[in-house]
Design a protein around this ligand. Structure first.
Ligand code: ADP
Length: 261
């Protein structure tokens, strides 16, 4: 009988859940809008269990991670986001040495050694600029879905420059650009460039080593990924599972714990 372990990443914006079989196969994964303090975490767990036709009793060990990791009563243990992201990325992409993670309210850059250990990190969790929150605010004032931004950015030939780093001032700047008849696609490309610029400065503080992997929900925006490639002058990899790296790492840690049970 398989050993099923669960990892749950309770973020600021979304809840992610991964169920692993014998520590090497993802049998189920879910992402629910609604992070810490919402019913999202419960829904993510229930959805992941239902996808795999499992009951909670089939799970041998559960590790929670993310901003709300202390809030999941039934988890056996909680482990930091930095450790879980490192673990998840190294499992799927062992040649990655730099992880750029941009989530709903923070951005982090993690350096990983050959054996999969985190060797250094730098983080912005003080300011919405350079995070998913910046993009969410901008999508909101443009009356667009967050998923629409990348296709607009791809059409741009002359991105506008967003000079304000503060989200509130940048919001006014975007409105004045549109009032001055700037193209929507150029404004959106400027918004993507702004996030990439902020995070690239963060990354340059600890240095970039290839391969570079982009994780977190913002990695689903190809406009930001391409802007990061330009800023850092390097290839930036991503995957459809980019938002699941923390939950995957947590499920891997959970599996390691079952060896000791
Ligand atoms: P957290 O762990 O803090 O909850 P996530 O890593 O889940 O954050 O990322 C959430 C952010 O990802 C949102 O704020 C949003 O800006 C962005 N995002 C989520 N889904 C998409 C998508 N399909 N396309 C583009 N951006 C997305």
């Amino acid at each position: 009988m398989a050993n099923y372990t669960m990892g749950i990443d309770i973020g600021s914006t979304t809840s992610k859940c991964v169920i692993l079989s014998d520590g090497n196969e993802i049998v189920s994964a879910s992402i629910i809008l609604g992070g810490t303090g919402t019913s999202g975490q419960k829904t993510a767990v229930n959805e992941a269990l239902a996808n795999a036709s499992l009951s909670i009793d089939a799970i041998t060990y559960t590790v929670s991670t993310g901003y709300g990791r202390k809030s999941l009563a039934f988890a056996n243990e909680d482990i930091s986001e930095l450790s879980c992201h490192t673990k998840g990325v190294h499992f799927l992409y062992p040649d990655v040495r730099t992880v750029i993670d941009i989530g709903g309210q923070d951005a982090k850059v993690i350096r990983i050694g050959k054996t999969g250990k985190m060797t250094n990190f730098v983080m912005n969790d003080k300011c919405a600029a350079g995070t998913g929150r910046f993009l969410d605010v901008m999508a909101n004032i443009l009356a667009l879905n967050i998923t629409d931004l990348e296709s607009y950015a791809a059409q741009s030939k002359a991105p506008v420059s967003i000079s304000n780093t503060c989200t509130v001032f940048a919001e006014s700047e975007v409105i004045s650009q549109l009032a001055a008849n700037a193209k929507l696609s150029d404004v959106i490309a400027g918004i993507c460039n702004s996030v990439a610029g902020r995070v690239s400065s963060l990354a340059k503080r600890i240095g970039i080593e290839e391969q570079v992997f982009f994780s977190g929900g913002v990695a689903l925006n190809n406009g930001v990924r391409l802007a990061l490639e330009k800023e850092l002058n390097t290839k930036v990899l991503t995957s459809p599972l980019s938002q699941m790296m923390g939950a995957l790492g947590a499920a891997l840690y959970a599996y390691e714990k079952t060896d000791k049970i």
